[in-house]
Design a protein around this ligand. Structure first.
Ligand code: ZN
Length: 345
């Protein structure tokens, strides 16, 4: 059996892991392997994948499309040779080019699936204008069969329309869907057999009545109007030309073993310089030592939530990503020094 290869891309903080979790939850009995690439040295996304899956491979400390090409090839070749997988889903790093991964869909053992690119509807228009990251965001969008406009409930109607228009400029042939509230409800995502059109309206287990309308994605086939011939046909991941994303973005990671003072952590997080485009992590707070406290910062918005029980094997870890190349180095250093102090108590 060949595995259908689905690629989830999109800029830092756009909601890729949320989408991935929705996809895994909707996967039923399909056998799925997941590849997660985190740009930072500590793979936070691996720890935020909530649904059980048969296999999860993490690729950290570099970008899956440029600096980790050897590791990526080894992983993808191994998965292609398995023969027992229905699906392989790759979550690219937030700076990565999804095209470098989608070409693997033509490799023996894989069937090409959709490339899904997440765009934060509250941030996409601004990011596309940004002198440092605009090119990276635009390029990701050009690769999309499906664009998911995330955080639609936070954007406001005018903001959402603007985000849709801006994304369309780079993804003219893609299907554009919205998701709201971070609770993307994905139905029939990964049909193991030919998709069943009768399952259209209401999937079993729909319990979110009254919530925003569920996003109904069928990742089974690439969107019409997006002929595969328009994309690189080579299975060589190096086929995509590089852009500057690897040098514009810098990351640092901090870890700590002991419980963290929540107010000290929040104080540090309230003073992030504008060059910080993404910060995420899982920490153990002294005031709730049995819980995993999840820190998410993207698009200028900070979210601190809890996600399940702290496990003995866990250590607190935060990844900070700045954009601006060498100009942001000093700020990255000062933010990571400050957070290291907080994590070390
Ligand atoms: Zn890359």
């Amino acid at each position: 059996m060949t595995a259908r290869l689905t690629v989830i891309g999109g800029y830092l903080g756009a909601g890729k892991t949320t989408l991935l979790n929705g996809l895994l939850a909707a996967a039923g009995g399909s056998r799925i392997a997941v590849v997660v690439n985190d740009f930072g040295a500590v793979n936070i996304d691996r720890r935020l994948i909530t649904s059980a899956t048969d296999d999860t491979v993490e690729l950290s400390n570099g970008c899956i499309c440029c600096s980790l090409q050897d590791d990526t090839s080894a992983v993808m070749t191994r998965l292609a040779g398995r023969g027992d997988l229905d699906h392989v889903v790759v979550e690219t790093s937030g700076v990565g080019d999804p095209a470098a991964l989608r070409t693997w869909g033509n490799y023996p053992g894989f069937t090409p699936g959709a490339t899904v690119v997440c765009a934060d509807s509250t941030a996409a228009a601004r990011l596309l204008r940004d002198e440092f990251v605009g090119d990276t965001v635009a390029r990701q969008l050009t690769r999309a069969d499906i664009v998911v406009l995330t955080k639609a409930d936070l954007a406001g109607q005018a903001g959402l329309a603007d985000a849709r228009r801006r994304c369309r400029e780079h993804a003219a042939d893609a299907r554009v869907v919205e998701s709201a509230g971070g609770d993307v409800h994905l139905k029939d995502l990964l049909p193991a057999a030919p998709a069943n059109p009768a399952m259209g309206e209401q999937a079993p287990g729909d319990s979110d009545l009254g919530e925003p309308a569920p996003v109904d994605l069928d990742l089974g086939e690439p969107a019409p109007g997006d002929p595969a011939s328009a994309k690189p046909a080579s299975a060589d991941p190096a086929a995509a030309e590089p852009d500057a994303h690897g040098t514009v973005h810098r990351s640092a990671s901090v870890t700590g073993a002991g419980p963290v003072d929540r107010s000290a952590l929040l104080a540090a997080l309230r003073e992030l310089p504008v060059s910080v485009v993404r910060l995420k992590g899982v920490v153990r707070c002294a005031d709730s030592p049995r819980a995993r406290t999840v820190v998410q910062y993207a698009g200028g918005r900070l979210e601190v939530t809890t996600d399940g029980d702290w496990r003995d094997a866990d250590t607190s870890g935060l990844v900070i990503i700045v954009a601006g190349g060498g100009r942001a180095d000093a700020e990255l250093r000062s933010v990571s020094d400050r957070l290291a102090e907080v994590l070390l108590g």
